[in-house]
Design a protein around this ligand. Structure first.
Ligand code: GRF
Length: 235
């Protein structure tokens, strides 16, 4: 079924098929105040929110990877671009979506929503906006990002998507790769968790390089996030 936006609202939810241990009736309606479930004496899942602005292929891999994981689930996809493909992917996979704008990210609305939804780990997957300091502080070493190059090269403000690959090709680099890192309040500057390189071939275009890098991301991002999850205590 095609995904449709709720009119006149920045927040919408959908029926979730994610088994996060929550009561199905709470999952169905899902405003954050209702999303709380208390299961005394039981460990609950680590709740992952994926934030994305684009097509969402990494978000999809993450959702799939954790769908049957013993310790964690992707329970929310946050997005700042109404037209982005990630919303359709989340819809198809039955993961609730939360659409917000830049002002809501800056003024703390998004932070409140993440806290209201009891999110434990925030995974950026092609999310374009700078994460505000307040949000970074609220999730210490609990926000990670993936960048499609070998940071610290080709990172920083404005370095996203094809611009990264164009810059790598313009510099005649012979290799590029991916970097997965913690997020701080500066673009692409947090501590590195993982890097892997791939060759840049003589006839590469931004598209062919992007495809090679996407393939690497799809293999490694879920695994690196899983390693992080495994190092975390159950909430
Ligand atoms: C990925 O290449 C990621 O490294 C970058 O944005 C792209 C997102 O791709 N930050 P997708 O939307 O997950 O397909």
């Amino acid at each position: 079924m095609p995904f449709q936006h709720a009119q006149g609202s920045f927040t919408f939810y959908q029926r979730s098929t994610v088994d996060d241990g929550a009561d199905p009736m709470t999952r169905l309606f899902a405003p954050s105040c209702l999303a709380r479930t208390f299961r005394f004496g039981e460990q609950r899942m680590i709740r992952i929110a994926v934030l994305a602005s684009g097509s969402g292929s990494n978000a999809q891999r993450l959702i799939g990877h954790f769908a049957r994981h013993a310790k964690a689930r992707v329970v929310l996809v946050g997005c700042d671009q109404p037209e982005s493909g990630v919303l359709q992917r989340a819809w198809d996979l039955g993961v609730p979506s939360y659409l917000f704008n830049g002002a809501q990210l800056k003024d703390g609305t998004v932070l409140k929503e993440l806290q209201g939804q009891r999110i434990d780990l925030v995974v950026l997957a092609g999310f374009m906006r700078l994460i505000p300091a307040e949000l970074v502080k609220a999730f210490p070493q609990r926000i990670v990002n993936i960048h499609p190059a070998l940071l610290p090269k080709y990172g920083g403000k404005g370095m996203y998507g094809h611009r990264v690959h164009e810059a790598v090709l313009a510099a005649k680099e012979t290799e590029s790769g991916i970097t997965i890192h913690y997020v701080n309040e500066h673009y692409d500057e947090g501590e590195h968790l993982f890097q892997v390189a791939c060759p840049v071939l003589p006839n590469d275009t931004p598209d062919t390089l992007a495809a090679r890098i996407h393939a690497l991301e799809h293999v490694h991002y879920p695994q690196v996030v899983e390693n992080l999850v495994n190092s975390m205590q159950h909430p």
